[in-house]
Structure formats: C-alpha cells, structure tokens
Design a protein around this ligand. Sequence first.
Ligand SMILES: NC(=O)c1ccc[n+]([C@@H]2O[C@H](COP(=O)([O-])OP(=O)(O)OC[C@H]3O[C@@H](n4cnc5c(N)ncnc54)[C@H](O)[C@@H]3O)[C@@H](O)[C@H]2O)c1
Length: 334
Amino acid sequence: MVRIGVIGYGYWGPNIVRNFHTHETSEVVLVADKNPKTQQRLHKAHPGIAFTTDPMEVLKSTEIDLVAVVTPVWTHFELAKLALENGKHVFVEKPFTCSVTQAEELIELADRKNLQIMVDHTFLFTGAMKKIRQLMDQGELGDLYYYDSLRVNLGLFQHDVNVIWDLAPHDLSIMDYVIRDKPEAVVATGEKHLNGVEDIAFITVYFPKRVIAHINVNWLSPVKVRTTLIGGEKKMLVWNDLEADEKIRIYDKGVSMSTNPSNLHQLLVSYRSGDMWAPQIEQVEALRAETAYFLKCIDENTKPFNDGIAGLRVVRILAAADRSVRNRGEAITL
Ligand SMILES: NC(=O)c1ccc[n+]([C@@H]2O[C@H](COP(=O)([O-])OP(=O)(O)OC[C@H]3O[C@@H](n4cnc5c(N)ncnc54)[C@H](O)[C@@H]3O)[C@@H](O)[C@H]2O)c1
C-alpha cells in the first residue's frame, strides 16, 4: 500500500485525492491546505481522510511515501524539494516549476535519493492522445508538417502565472509526446490587458525537418475552444477535445506538387480529398490511468515517461516563450 499525502485541495486537488484514494494499492492518509475552509469539502467527500492546515505535517510524516503537490505554481519547487528531502516520491502539478534551474535541482535531488517524480501532464493519458500517438507511430499521417492548437476560454485569471504558464503546458507536453524531435527555437508574442500578466499569447516552436508548431492561448475569449490540428504529408487530423463523441477526425487529404515535364518552370499542384473517419477512442479518466501508472512505476522502481525531465523540457519552452514575449517576438534558441 502506497500512503499518500496531498498538499492543496482547491480546484484540482479533489481530483487527485479521489483518484489516489480509490486505487487498490494506495490510500490518501492526509490532506493539507492552508485554507481551513477546504476541510469541510474534504470531509464531505472523504470522511476518513485526516486534514491539516500545515503542509509540514504532510512533508515530515513518517506515515507517508508519496506527496502530491497540487498548489499554485510558485509553491511547487519549495514543497516538492521538501518532500524529496524527506524521502517521499513526488507527484507535481503542471507546470513542474517556475524555472529551469528549479526543475534541474529537483531532478538531481530525486536521482540522488532514488525517488520518483511524476509531473501531471494529464492530457497524455487521455484516450484521444493514446490514439494520436498510435496513429503517428504507425506512420498513418506520414511526415509531420505542423501542430496547431487553439486553447482559449474566458479566464480563469491566475495571479501567479500568465496565460502561457497556465494553458500552454498542456500543448507543450502533448507536442513533446508526439513530436519526438528536440525543439530548436521559440518565438512568442503576447499582451497584458488586465492584471499585469499576459492574458493572450501566440507561441511558435520550430522543430527540425521543417516541423512547426503554433499554440494560441487566451483568457479573454468569449467561447471555450480546445481544437488541435496535426498535419502530415499523408493525412491530417483534427482533435476537438470538447466533442463528446468523435473527438478525433482523420482526413485523407493532402497536396502534392510536381514540375510540368514540358515546362520546368511550371508547378503542377494536385489536391487529394479522400475519406474522413473518426476512430474509436478509449473512454478512460486520464487522471485515473496516470495515477495508476505512477503507482506501478514506484512499485517497479522505474521512471515514468512524464518524469521530472519531461517536466523540465516543458518548463524550458515556457521560460523561452516568456523571454520572447518580453522582447516582442525575439527568436530564442533552445
Ligand atoms: N493537470 C491539469 O489539468 C490541471 C488543472 C487545473 C489545475 N492544475 C494545476 O494544479 C495546481 C493547483 O491549481 P488549482 O486550480 O487547484 O488552484 P487553486 O487556487 O484552486 O487551489 C490551490 C489550493 O492550494 C492551497 N495552497 C496554496 N499554497 C499552499 C501551501 N503552501 N500549503 C498548503 N496549501 C496551499 C490553497 O489554499 C488552495 O486551496 C496548479 O499548479 C495548476 O496549474 C492542473
């Protein structure tokens, strides 16, 4: 039995507690939240789980093997570091840390203590993501051209991070998972309108072999949109995460060009427009699959694929995007 302490019981914390508490091989023994009002919500949902307002009780407890850090981003580093120093495995929310140096320090500390870190890149465990990865591994899309994502809604305004650090980690972790190449450079623009942090941003990431990715994140959109296009040489797909059924549609569409043999200066363009289909997608709660996988990694003493290093790769792009925004779209080499 893996005994778990959870720090942070705001919006996302209850999902972490519910999942870790209901696996056969784990139980949540203590939840800490600085806000005493959260105790009532916890005890209504899980009367048997102890509560404290002092996170140190979780971090120092000899009863706890794994600490889940589900607090605002600026607190991740300090809490995860204390958890590792006290010999606990760590499940940390996205984005992993506020800086590259913080992420590197936590990775080094976990390695030194032979402890595991998992960064909650939830989308990687969705049925849609599994299907996309499978299609790409099978070469269904052919050589990749682009990844283009729209992730916009009204709010929720965060105080400690801008819209890039709030919403882009999802796309950056997905890109990291499906485009296996190391990104080369980042160009980002954005603007602050209301509370002193960027509430809209456009991020472009350059990869080798002319693969380009673009992410549009926005807290000032009147509608919620979660749509990603992935374009390949052979096929293209549209992932609409807000669709109940048919989240992914694959289009057998494409363009090819050749030169006219009788006039070498003339390009012949041909468009292919074939079938569209929506593959069956596994219906799983991503967090359930993710937490089960982490328990298995701990049991087998193996690193998860969404470990601290995967978290660091995302933080590196976030930090570069911030720098680029400050310099109005300067290209930052990674
Ligand atoms: N993976 C996902 O899809 C997903 C979704 C939402 C949020 N998140 C992440 O989860 C984290 C929390 O986000 P949220 O929306 O739940 O925030 P929230 O503000 O709703 O909740 C955070 C809670 O942490 C508590 N807290 C803050 N500092 C603390 C400390 N030092 N010790 C103990 N308690 C403390 C607060 O009182 C609050 O109840 C963030 O890192 C966010 O990026 C991830």
